[in-house]
Design a protein around this ligand. Structure first.
Ligand SMILES: *Cc1c(COP(=O)(O)O)cnc(C)c1O
Length: 416
């Protein structure tokens, strides 16, 4: 290489030096990101939880074993119900609970359209039909009064969904279920920490199904549990989550040589010790976290109170305890929710929609021929709702920024 070319080469090398490479994108980042970045959700996994997982990883046993059993015991006693069975998801939990209570092809199960699709897909996995009833406009949930007209001789079960953290009227549902001798299963994915009329999830129903999916109040990424009162039910769930086999891996590991046998056609819905180890310490922090989210929700409500046409979901009744899982508002009728959601995203704020009513989703339109107006309140909430970030590490400054941004966006979009 001649001297000139070497010189150019060196200058070029200098320009692409690591330091300069870092400077350029950083500069752009600073220029473009004058706003904050606020995730929709942040989990609260701490060092103690990580150590617990590492302890399992260093042990011999990785799948369903002693740590799952410990988790089940702690979870049930925290709730104050006799039994809990850990499974791989809330969807799997609902599927097993429906099967346990005899739901099969040709049966009808009454539920809400304002929920995640899993409530309906679990029903359809059993070969049964989800029968939707429109929701109450104040709380977004089905009520005991509203479901009575939907009960037919084919109705086998009711699945109320505890929405955004508030509990459905379990006392009322339990009365109807007893009167018609049908099963009652709770979709409790949003509500572990709730209480209504002195009743907690799992207390009045045949089964309460919980989710530990990545964005839930306590999480192991993917996981679920069934809470129930009957030890026979719990034993059936423990077998059903594992192929319908009578002995699980730990029982075979810890005893003398034995054959296992399979008694019925089960599923593969078990939780591993790795997942359970992540959950155990979170149970102890649950109440404290709930109280923090309650406080954050009240800050939100105060700050958003002056937006004309924006509506809140009804607050819990005095004496009632919400789990404060999601903070969902109904945007004013004269703005376009999807545009607002996109603008919030552009401002660095993670928002979601909980939920577009299930009866409006393509598969359900195609399969059952629903029209939006069949369940007008669920449809309207599905069109107007926006869920804002709500979690323990969300700061008061974050909430101020979110509320100011939402106000700005709404005022510049009215009438679009
Ligand atoms: C998350 C969620 C589910 C599904 O939970 P998985 O554990 O992911 O199966 C069901 N119902 C509702 C209301 C949910 O929010």
């Amino acid at each position: 290489m001649d001297a000139h070319r070497t010189d150019i080469h060196e200058k070029w090398l200098e320009r692409i030096s690591l330091e300069n490479c870092l400077k350029l994108p950083f500069f752009h980042y600073r220029r473009n990101m004058q706003q904050q970045k606020i995730e929709f959700y942040r989990h609260n996994i701490n060092e103690e939880d990580i150590v617990a997982v590492c302890n399992v990883l260093r042990s011999q046993f990785l799948t369903t074993g002693p740590v799952v059993a410990e988790f089940e015991h702690k979870f049930a006693s925290w709730l104050g119900i006799p039994e809990s069975v850990a499974v791989s998801s809330c969807t799997g939990a609902m599927h097993l609970a429906l099967l346990r209570h005899g739901v099969g092809p040709g049966d009808e199960v009454i539920t809400t359209p304002l929920t995640f699709v899993a409530t309906s897909t679990a029903i359809m996995e059993c070969g049964a039909k989800p029968v939707f009833v429109d929701v109450c406009h104040k709380c977004g949930m089905i009520t005991p009064e509203s479901i009575s007209y939907a009960i037919t001789p084919r109705t086998k079960c009711i699945i109320p969904v505890h929405l955004y953290g508030r509990m459905a009227d379990m006392k009322g549902f339990a009365e109807i279920a007893a009167k018609h001798q049908i099963a009652l299963i709770e979709d409790s994915a949003h509500c572990i920490e709730g209480m209504r009329d002195g009743v907690v999830p799992g207390q009045l129903s045949n089964a309460a199904c919980f989710s530990f999916y990545a964005t839930k109040n306590i999480t192991c990424g993917e996981g679920g549990a069934i809470g129930c009162k009957s030890s026979q039910d719990a034993a059936w769930y423990r077998s059903a989550r594992h192929h319908g086999i009578d002995k699980n891996a730990i029982e075979r590991h810890d005893t003398s040589f034995q054959h296992w046998d399979m008694f019925f056609l089960g599923w593969k819905y078990n939780m591993s010790d790795i997942q359970a180890s992540l959950m155990i310490n979170q149970i102890e922090r649950m109440s404290q976290y709930r109280d923090i989210r309650e406080n954050k929700e009240s800050i939100y409500r105060a700050m958003l109170d002056d937006i004309e046409g924006l509506e809140f979901m009804e607050k819990p009744e005095p004496g009632e305890k919400s789990a404060y899982h999601l903070f969902t508002v109904l945007l004013p009728k004269n703005v376009n929710r999807d545009i607002i959601a996109e603008q919030m995203k552009q401002k660095g704020i993670g928002c979601t929609v909980n939920y577009r009513s299930v009866h409006t989703l393509s598969y359900f339109v195609k399969t059952f021929g629903y029209r939006p107006e069949d369940f007008p309140i669920a449809y309207e909430i599905g069109c107007r709702s926006l869920t804002l970030p709500l979690y323990v590490t969300l700061s008061d400054d974050n909430i101020t920024y979110i509320c100011d941004t939402l106000k700005d966006i709404i005022s510049s979009h009215r009438g679009i």
